[in-house]
Design a protein around this ligand. Structure first.
Ligand SMILES: Cc1cc2nc3c(=O)[nH]c(=O)nc-3n(C[C@H](O)[C@H](O)[C@H](O)COP(=O)(O)OP(=O)(O)OC[C@H]3O[C@@H](n4cnc5c(N)ncnc54)[C@H](O)[C@@H]3O)c2cc1C
Length: 228
């Protein structure tokens, strides 16, 4: 499909038939080099389902995409006593960018859930920050039910931290990834720990069994029922 230039998504949505409206997917800017004219995005390849994952698995050099944004307001606060940064593969680019923005005196924990050792990336952390890789043993899209949500490695690790090793003082949290784990099992624990609203960046990045469109519906239903 060739769209009129300059590309205007709002105009296209208002004037094109539904089946010709472009699909939108949400990704993290892992790196932007304006001088070099490059924008880096790390895509999770998660099997044959979906649009962006299969696209990333097969895309050829020279392919064009349209980019909207950016959104998001999180930045690590140097005044926080400690940081808790948690994510799965989908949030690894965001957590990595956040880690790079931490000051040298930052303290806290980084918990990253990936399939196995081969999925770890080089991620230097400040001396006062502990980085732990949590191995699921399988990809997220192939994980059995007992490793999703309540049983996910990142849920287990955050619950353990909250119970016995929660940092002293004001903790700023950045927790993103599979929505059932983040929203149903991790978020309540962080709230119970008294994390202030201003220090709270917690959201699902994708939801098992839902496309991004279906996930948006789920998120707005959750916000309505919980009054968030
Ligand atoms: C603010 C934000 C930033 C994000 N940044 C990144 C990023 O940098 N890199 C990244 O890879 N993702 C990122 N995501 C997640 C990404 O938007 C979703 O994974 C999206 O659903 C992918 O679209 P798709 O077309 O591949 O699959 P969809 O068409 O949306 O879904 C098809 C199927 O694939 C499954 N699926 C979708 N994503 C995953 C996954 N990660 N693992 C396993 N199964 C999946 C769905 O459950 C569904 O069954 C981000 C999301 C948000 C909200």
């Amino acid at each position: 499909m060739v769209y009129p230039e300059p590309f205007d998504l709002q105009e296209i949505r208002a004037t094109f038939p539904p089946e010709q409206i472009p699909v939108v997917r949400t990704y993290t800017v892992r790196d932007l080099d304006v001088a070099a004219g490059t924008l880096a995005i790390d895509f999770v390849v998660h099997g044959d389902e979906g649009v962006a994952g299969p696209w990333a698995a097969t895309v050829e050099p020279g392919t064009a995409i349209h980019v909207l944004g950016p959104g998001g307001a999180y930045a690590p606060d140097p005044a926080a006593d400690a940081h808790l940064l948690v994510g799965d593969e989908s949030a690894l680019p965001a957590v990595a960018a956040a880690v790079e923005a931490l000051g040298p005196d930052a303290r806290g924990h980084v918990l990253l859930e990936v399939a196995g050792p081969g999925d770890e990336v080089d991620l230097p952390v400040p001396a006062g920050v502990e980085l732990r890789w949590l191995h699921r043993g399988t990809t997220a899209h192939e994980a059995p039910a007992e490793l999703v949500g309540a049983g996910s490695p990142m849920t287990t690790a955050v619950l353990a931290l909250a119970e016995s090793a929660w940092p002293e003082g004001r903790v700023q949290v950045f927790v993103h990834g599979e929505a059932e784990a983040v929203m149903h099992h991790i978020r309540p624990v962080l709230k119970a720990r008294g994390v202030a609203k201003a220090d709270f960046s917690v959201s699902g990045y994708w939801r098992r069994g839902r496309t991004e469109e279906g996930f948006r519906v789920w998120k707005s239903e959750l916000a309505r029922t919980e009054g968030d």
